[in-house]
Ligand binder design. Structure first.
Ligand SMILES: [Zn+2]
Length: 463
């Protein structure tokens, strides 16, 4: 039990609440609970070895940063002063962004102002004035466009002027094994999520371009976007382990399993590389170079498959779609995470993101025939009437400064799905596991296209 608690706290602290949060592999009863299931306390050695540390300074408690996170510039929120009503702010926090924990928040609303703890003793609070009527900021204040701000279609293709970035989840190629996204049930065959997501993005890009969209791929091959590598992140990993109360961690994980593996410098360096640094680099590329109206994060889900060298099939198969939200109090103690949440909230990204996610989820469920995945863990919450749409605080959907629809169809270690995925992308039907079946990649692509077409047909100005 102690080991489990250590693991949860370590996971939350070392990876910014986004280890389990970023891993979209569905939990099983034996797996580690998500960080938000942990006691929402700050991670200090005193949590692990009770009674060894002094009580924390209440201001510095909110000064922590997520791994590889930067100190936020709180003055940037002033751009949103007098744009939102108190009722709008409270509703967004209650219905989307928080997990509705009853623990004290790192902010308060006083009259017509929001006061957020900054963690900076020199300026402990950021004050954002609210307004008595809703005055959404103009489109010139942000890089992305709402559907209602796009030029009328007139007689052009439906997605004309829309810039969509496709983000193929993970890296794949030679990185699939350390990413723990390599799956093989026979010596001469394997699938990797990072390879499948890239093929899916390439297929989807062609379809969306044919509908008039301008499409960018956040990753175009099986190489990392980040320039960092596990070796360059070794010091950061070691520092994280020491701050978490492990002064002398083991270096390599060869021969180790379970929690012992997790507490090595090697495992932590690799995690920082492919899960944290990589997503930061993609966030930087999306926000400073691509500047799209929408990002689609393309993933394939999995149920826990046990040991990678002898994985298990799962009878489960399902789909779900994620939007940003459901921040836990422990995550919100980190200053950068807190800033990013309020920046998204005041940017009103959710107003575009959630209806878009609903439409895409509807298309995806119909095209794949999959049932919605039902979360039973506190790190996710329903975000709309669509049973497949959930809010979660993932690094990607938090950092990308525009609406993000994060897709999680198919369980890769569902036996029939695995066999369909081995066959990759093909048109029509082929004999798989004794019956004629369509390509899972093709169904995925068709579902996303159908969902986007339905959304833009419904909401875009025709003339
Ligand atoms: Zn994934």
């Amino acid at each position: 039990m102690i080991e489990k608690i250590i693991r949860v706290l370590l996971t939350a602290a070392l990876l910014g609440g986004s280890v389990a949060a970023q891993s979209t592999i569905a939990p099983t009863p034996n797996s580690t609970p998500p960080p938000s299931a942990a006691p929402p306390t700050s991670l200090t050695p005193s949590n692990i070895i009770p009674g060894t540390a002094a009580p924390p300074n209440p201001i510095l408690r909110f000064a922590k940063l997520s791994p590889l996170g930067d100190s936020p510039d709180w003055s940037k929120l002033q751009a949103f002063a007098k744009t939102m009503t108190r009722a709008e702010l409270e509703a967004a926090l209650k219905e989307i962004y928080t997990d509705n924990s009853t623990l004290p928040a790192a902010w308060r609303i006083e009259g017509t102002a929001l006061l957020i703890q900054t963690g900076d003793p020199a300026h402990p609070e950021a004050r954002i004035e609210l307004e008595s009527i809703s005055k959404p900021p103009s489109e010139s204040t942000r890089p992305w466009h709402r559907v209602t701000e796009l030029q009328p279609i007139q007689d052009r293709p439906l997605l004309s002027d829309l810039h969509i970035a496709l983000d193929p989840g993970h890296i794949g190629g030679g990185y699939g094994r350390i990413e723990e996204r390599f799956l093989s049930f026979q010596p001469n065959e394997f699938i990797q999520e990072g390879d499948l997501s890239l093929v899916t993005a390439q297929m989807l890009a062609e379809r969306l371009k044919a509908l008039g969209a301008y499409v960018s791929l956040v990753r175009e091959n099986s190489e990392p976007v980040t320039k960092a590598r596990p070796a360059t992140l070794r010091e950061a990993a070691l520092k994280g382990l020491r701050e978490a109360g492990f002064p002398d961690p083991k270096e390599g994980y060869d021969g180790l399993t379970g929690d012992a593996k997790l507490l090595t410098v090697q495992w932590q360096s690799e995690k920082l590389f492919y899960r944290v640094s990589e997503i930061h680099a993609r966030g930087n590329k999306v926000n400073t170079q691509i500047k799209p109206d929408l990002v689609l994060c393309l993933h394939y889900n999995a149920e826990a498959w046990g040991n990678a060298t002898s994985p298990q099939f799962s009878p489960q198969n399902h789909a779900h779609v994620l939007v940003n939200g459901c921040y836990s109090p422990a995550e919100l103690e980190q200053a950068d995470v807190r800033f990013e949440m309020f920046h998204r909230l005041f940017s009103r990204i959710h107003e575009e993101e959630i209806p878009l996610a609903d439409a895409v989820a509807e298309g995806l469920l119909r095209a794949t025939g999959l049932p919605p995945y039902i979360y039973t863990t506190p790190n996710a919450r329903r975000a709309s009437a669509n049973p497949a749409v959930y809010a979660r605080n993932l690094l990607a959907n938090r950092l990308y400064d525009c609406p993000v629809v994060y897709l999680e169809p198919f369980v890769m270690n569902h036996e029939e799905t695995y066999r369909r995925l081995l066959a990759g992308h093909f048109v029509g039907r082929t004999l798989i596991a004794g019956r004629l079946q369509t390509s899972a990649v093709e169904d995925y692509v068709r579902g996303v296209v159908d969902g986007l077409v339905a959304y833009y047909q419904k909401h875009r100005k025709p003339l």
